[in-house]
Design a protein around this ligand. Sequence first.
Ligand code: EPU
Length: 422
Amino acid sequence: MKDIFVATGGRPLKGSIRVHGAKNAVLPLLAASILTDEAVAVDDCPFISDVDAMTCLLTRMGAQVERMGRRICVRAKDVMPAEDMKELCGAMRSSMFLLGALLARQGEVRVPLPGGCKIGDRPLDIHLDGMAKLGAEASVSAGEVHCRCSRLKGADIVMRYPSVGATENLLLCAAVAEGRTRLINCAREPEIIALARALNAMGGRVRGEGSSVITVDGVDKLHGATLVPDPDRIVAGTLILAVALLGGDVTVFGASKRDLDSLLPYVCSPDMRASADGAGVRVVCDGGRMRAFEACTAPYPLLATDMQPQLFACALKARGVSRITETVFRNRFAHARQFEKMGAKIYLTGSTATIVGVDALRGAALKADDLRGGAGLCLAALAAEGESRIEGVEYIDRGYEGLEETLSLLGADIRRVRVDEK
Ligand code: EPU
């Protein structure tokens, strides 16, 4: 048996919704929890499968993990990479954080290569180069990453690309390395700020987060703390784009002005009004066709690659010809082939998609191949005439807590159905 979504388009969205804690912040915070043997609590953890997989990995490594609603408490008195981690690591990219956390905690780590969504090559060279600069011997062979070091020593690390995961892994290592580390050309995403804030709450000394140079003065020991992630900006952005595409009047609590400003320039329709205050963002829109747009993904603070498939869905019915260029991941257009089944007109050339907006989309049998692509398919299905069936729900569940429930609470016709596996 497997879950699929069944969606019928044509309804505007109405109501208000609160966004859960950010997946991409919660996962590194959970990894950071094993840097100390004291108890660490991570609040506002979403009920998504990537968080379940991470807590399962921590448990298998010997940590005591307890979930109380949205709070997850971890106590990692003794941790060891476990024999049976391979399958779970293979299923999620975030298992890569265990590399930095275990190296920092134990001086040696062997973990299976991380997996994740099928969105292109996801090498670890920037992570491993950085760890080598900190004094570790790092190598990859037979599907396993091996790093060891008697004592990590602070260093200047110039990153060839501002990789989010590498910045996070190196922060985890540098927090307890001897002396000062500078991460130069590091990532600036809000999730980096969340991790730096968390390490500081645990007694770390991290400065400059949010800029492209972070300075970390290593400490001998970190202690327990309560860590709080920001609301998920990608979930918020997905809902903002859903209203821009489908029309309606929705307040997204937890969304910020920044989330709005990074998307609004692309999704202008004549009757769209949007406003933000401290509590959230309200978008009001008549659901008419929006103007075509040009967009290009890039590291923060520019357009997030994690918003690209949802923005792509908006372009399908825009008035005119839109262009979307993906610069972060090499292979993040799998959704384009699915949109074509709905009658979309798309031309792919390398990393650019040219989308000729059509008057109407029709429901189709669709298959998600990755998390954000799956969210994009849901949006397109809700903008189409007739019924769509969306497979690959397991990808969507990795990062959205009941996306179909959220959308149907706002009035969309979408539901989860259990069907026979074929
Ligand atoms: N890269 C390398 N070498 C490395 C690391 C990265 O070449 O050692 C390349 C990647 O192949 C990619 C680019 O650098 O082309 C960006 O990768 P990055 O390391 O920044 O991404 P990540 O850490 O693997 C995180 C998020 C992704 C999000 C990206 C970019 C987590 C768990 N994942 O991935 O989130 O798209 O940053 O913002 O934080 C998602 O949530 O759907 C998702 C894929």
